[in-house]
Design a protein. Structure first.
Length: 587
């Protein structure tokens, strides 16, 4: 492999790194940013992920404004923090209101701007500003995006909001008065033009040499083309080459990767492609990030490394047995993208069914891999997906059916115009989520959640709804209200499982998620460490070098979790299908 990737030869002004969670978007986008800055370019690295770990990777504190990166001349980093963006957006909207606006009207607007969809549009507003003005101070603006489903939503918003604003002289009820949104129409149109300009913008589809990641990259590629983003290239990260061909684990890992690359969809094979080799250690810190794109060197393994785990851990079947002691309840599987939440959720659901329980398995992940993971039907197990488009359609139909009989034709037209707002989707998804949560009153519900950042926005919506309900029923018997947040806070009703890989970034993000949940008075039930190589007995130098880091992360998890830790081993074949998932329970 070459010392530098081809992507660095003639990079665009704007580079978007997107892909399935856990493929290394942050590592690769940061390494590319550093490499360009080292070439003398002025570079702005932007994170649009609500659960960004750039701060840990670079060892700096992130802000909503560009900050220089010590040790890398010319590189600046900006994190689009949703809460800060929403606060600034609300202030701008209120400031533009007429001087003679009454306190009651201002209070009404502030209430309108308190929802989760305001957070979305405010985040997008920051993103669109960087695109529309060309970020003149920088040679390159590199976007480290959230996992695929959330990123497709973000990149579709310029088109969606531009269409909504065209001819609209009222605005959107969930975003305040018309002036608060209409003032951004030119901004959104310019952002759309920049995204669709192949001379300005390149989308880098990041994947690992795994069938699931490459299939998702292919789906993403098609969806982005439909949005007008046709200038794409592929980067396959963590490509493993065995150096000990007598090692069965190493041989299996290399063969799986090569098979996935050879069989990837045709239109991916036609893209300009870079391969980045697997490294012995996680890409944390400037030396590791600078080394990520260089030619690999031989990896010396610690000859004294033992494969034993220094703390007590339990198998996934033991977790299922513990959960099955209850007759019903909500089990939420949460964590960073790419850690295997869908696999763990499906295996737990199967285990509960095999224990004689009635189970509903659902997902809030826009990428939705449940069907392909199960690859079959199981008696006693129902499967669903919270599909944003379908939920929006049902929500709009419900609102129209309830309100339109009492409306004039003009009022109906205004209602339909308002419901065309993209933020309607956020409200619809929250309502669907609340419905799934309530189903656990009568049976088990296993919920495979979206990657951390997207899930936190959904949790924010849950908290906002809770506060609105308490406010609305204040002094009117609010003690009788049971909101979705109350159900999530009830440890007898909800069990939160935090899934991670034995790697620095996933463990750090799971720990941060645990802190966020605890601030919301939600206590996680247990941690699950997925794809562990520690017990494999591998003798491959590169894999043995990685085992030291895995052991450190196992010890971190033991210190983080207030309950038992459950470990799922790495398997040569992806656990797809009922038989493989059942086998995963008993390994």
């Amino acid at each position: 492999m070459s010392a530098t990737i081809k992507l660095l030869h003639d990079p665009s002004k704007y580079l978007f790194f997107t892909g399935k969670g856990g493929v290394g978007k942050t590592s690769v986008s940061t390494a590319v940013s550093i490499a360009l800055a080292d070439l003398g370019r002025k570079v702005l690295l932007v994170s649009t992920d609500a659960a960004s770990n750039l701060d840990e990777m670079l060892g700096i504190e992130l802000h909503n404004h560009p900050v220089p990166v010590p040790g890398v001349a010319g590189l600046f980093v900006l994190n689009i923090d949703p809460d800060t963006a929403a606060r600034d957006y609300r202030a701008r909207v209120v400031d533009q209101m007429a001087p003679d606006t009454s306190d009651a009207d201002i209070a009404k607007v502030r209430e309108q701007l308190s929802g989760a969809c305001t957070t979305e549009i405010a985040t997008f507003d920051e993103f669109a500003t960087l695109l529309s003005n060309g970020a003149p101070a920088y040679d390159h603006v590199i976007f480290d995006t959230a996992p695929t489903g959330h990123t497709l939503r973000l990149l579709s918003l310029p088109k969606a909001w531009s269409g909504f604003l065209q001819g609209n002289d009222r605005g959107a009820s969930c975003l305040g008065p018309h002036s608060g949104l209409k003032m951004q129409e030119q901004l959104f149109n310019e952002a759309l033009a920049a995204l669709n300009d192949s001379a300005l913008t390149t989308v880098v589809l990041v994947a690992r040499p795994e069938k699931g990641a490459l299939d998702e990259a292919a789906r993403t590629s098609e969806e982005l083309r439909q949005l007008g983003l046709g200038n794409q290239r592929l980067l396959i990260n963590a490509v493993f080459k065995a150096s000990n061909h007598h090692d069965s684990v190493a041989k299996a890992l290399e063969a799986l990767g090569q098979q996935a690359i050879n069989n990837m969809p045709l239109h991916l094979r036609l893209l300009a492609t870079d391969l980045v080799p697997m490294r012995a250690a996680d890409s944390v810190g400037l030396p590791a990030l600078r080394a990520l794109l260089s030619a690999p060197t031989s990896q010396a393994a610690d000859a004294t490394l033992e494969h034993a785990v220094d703390f007590e851990y339990h198998h996934l079947s033991e977790l299922v047995a513990e959960l099955a002691k209850s007759e019903r309840g909500l089990i939420m599987v949460m964590g960073k993208g790419g850690v295997g939440k869908t696999t763990i959720a499906a295996a737990i659901a199967l285990g509960l069914v095999q224990s004689g329980k009635s189970v509903h398995l659902s997902t809030t992940d826009p990428a939705a891999h449940l069907d392909s993971t199960l690859a079959g039907q199981v008696a006693g197990l129902s499967v669903s997906r919270i599909d944003p488009r379908e939920e929006t359609r049902k929500y709009v139909d419900k609102i129209v059916a309830a309100r339109s009989p009492q409306m004039t034709a003009d009022e109906k037209a205004l209602l339909m115009e308002d419901l065309r707002s993209p933020c309607t989707e956020e409200v619809a998804v929250f309502h669907a989520f609340s419905h799934v949560v309530s189903q656990a009153l009568g049976s088990f519900v296993v919920l495979d959640t979206a990657p951390t950042g997207h899930s936190l926005l959904l949790m924010d919506a849950t908290g906002a709804y809770h506060r609105q309900m308490l406010h609305a029923f204040e002094g009117k018997g609010s003690g009788r209200i049971i909101t979705p947040l109350m159900r999530l806070q009830d440890a007898a009703y909800t069990r939160i499982l935090l899934v991670t890989l034995p790697e620095t970034t996933p463990v750090s993000q799971a720990a941060a998620l645990q802190d966020d949940l605890r601030r919301a008075k939600i206590e996680p039930f247990a941690w699950v460490v997925n794809k562990s190589l520690l017990a494999s007995g591998t003798q491959d130098p590169l894999l043995r070098a990685r085992l030291h880091g895995e052991r450190v992360q196992m010890q971190r998890v033991a210190g983080q979790s207030a309950h038992q830790t459950y470990v799922v081993p790495w398997t040569p074949e992806p656990p797809v299908g009922v038989a493989a998932l059942t086998g995963l329970l008993h390994q």
